[in-house]
Design a protein around this ligand. Structure first.
Ligand code: PBG
Length: 349
């Protein structure tokens, strides 16, 4: 019997007493129309590595698909990124010579400054050229600042040496000026020294670069997910680790203090890093501030998905796009990701 019994004459279940959430999920077009978060190519920033003294790109074993670029291959990659509609590039340099103070970071002919000149000449203002501002790729000891023998209350790093905050600030200001002079549209201090934003702002303003914004890596955690990057940027600490300057993973309120401090010092935009393991921090920071918030999907996050996909354990493209949606949904406006160009293409196909 059809439609018999109680409710005969009504469509089966027409008023069942529960919400039908499935209605808006029933076709791809409906799902597309009602999606709350969109990821656009322009939201994505591609981190790139340029190395001195090589004549062909060098693949990074722990980051399949990512290379250390030559100046030429970087120029080509930058054109491709612009073509794909990516929002910007974040540049990291690997010099052939390292020393205790990281001289090559602010040398006019230093690898990253040469790259900035080329890219600015090639692309003008088409892409936002961001310079990662740190010393770890440039120092022989691999730390993000200058080091000094341990003294008084300054201890930590392997016992004998410590990373010395205030002398590092002068170095950062000099690096910022060199990067701005070379053509960086924006500088992004990632060293987690106290007072770095104020020092860099004063340095830039003093050199008439008042219009160059600072994107502060404000909440940067001492993370195990930076592992593959250390191979890519050849900047692993030679003693100790970074836990006396980068943030401790259990801390959340401290991230808000770091962000507030960086904004008070003159940061124009702030970043949370890494991204996926810190989405709660991304969300809290995004609620707390009225400036652009970036999140950096770091090398280990990239490597995890690539490794699982290589084993056939996750659907690679689907997983990539889902991570980007998650980071945007948490509240980040911009996402730094090694998949930027590929994702931009997937998003517009
Ligand atoms: C340097 C820097 C690091 C990363 C970005 N800038 C490494 C570190 O802090 O040890 C990590 C990026 C990544 O893992 O993708 N200060």
């Amino acid at each position: 019997m059809i439609g018999g019994g109680a409710g005969a004459g009504q469509a089966q279940g027409a008023n069942p007493g529960f919400a039908r959430g499935r209605r808006l999920r029933s076709t791809p077009a409906l799902r597309r129309l009602t999606a709350q978060i969109r990821v656009a190519p322009a939201d994505l920033v591609l981190p790139v590595f340029v190395k001195e003294g090589i004549d062909a790109p060098v693949p990074i074993g722990s980051m399949p698909g990512v290379v250390q670029h030559t100046q030429d291959s970087l120029r080509k990659a930058a054109h491709e990124a612009a073509e794909a509609g990516v929002g910007g590039l974040m540049l990291f340099g690997i010099p052939s010579g390292k020393d205790p103070v990281g001289s090559q970071a602010d040398a006019a002919d230093g690898v990253v400054n040469v790259a900035l000149q080329h890219l600015r000449a090639d692309l003008g203002d088409e892409l936002v050229l961001m310079a990662d501002l740190c010393l770890c790729e440039y120092t022989d000891h691999g730390h993000c600042g200058v080091v000094t023998p341990a003294r008084g209350g300054l201890r930590g790093q392997g016992g004998e040496f410590v990373v010395d905050n205030d002398p590092t600030l002068d170095r950062y200001a000099a690096v910022a000026i060199a990067q701005a002079r070379a053509g960086a549209h924006l500088v992004a201090p990632s060293g987690m020294m106290d007072g770095q934003v104020a020092a860099i702002r004063a340095g830039l303003d003093g050199a008439a670069f008042t219009e160059v914004p600072i994107l502060a890596y404000a909440a940067k955690y001492a993370s195990g997910f930076y592992g593959p990057f250390r191979e890519a940027a050849e900047g692993a600490p030679q003693f100790g680790d970074r836990s006396t300057y980068q943030m401790d993973p259990p801390n959340a309120d401290e991230a808000l203090r770091e962000v507030a401090q960086d904004l008070a010092e003159g940061a124009d935009a702030v970043m949370v890093k890494p991204a996926l393991p810190y989405l709660d921090i991304v969300a809290r920071v995004a609620e707390a501030v009225q400036v652009p918030v970036s999140a950096y999907q770091v090398s280990g996050e990239y490597a995890m998905v690539e490794a699982a996909a290589a084993n056939g354990w996750v659907d690679r493209e689907r997983a990539i796009l889902e991570t980007l949606v998650a980071i945007r949904r948490a509240g980040a406006g911009q996402v730094l990701t090694y998949w930027a160009v590929e994702a931009a293409r997937l998003l517009t196909r």
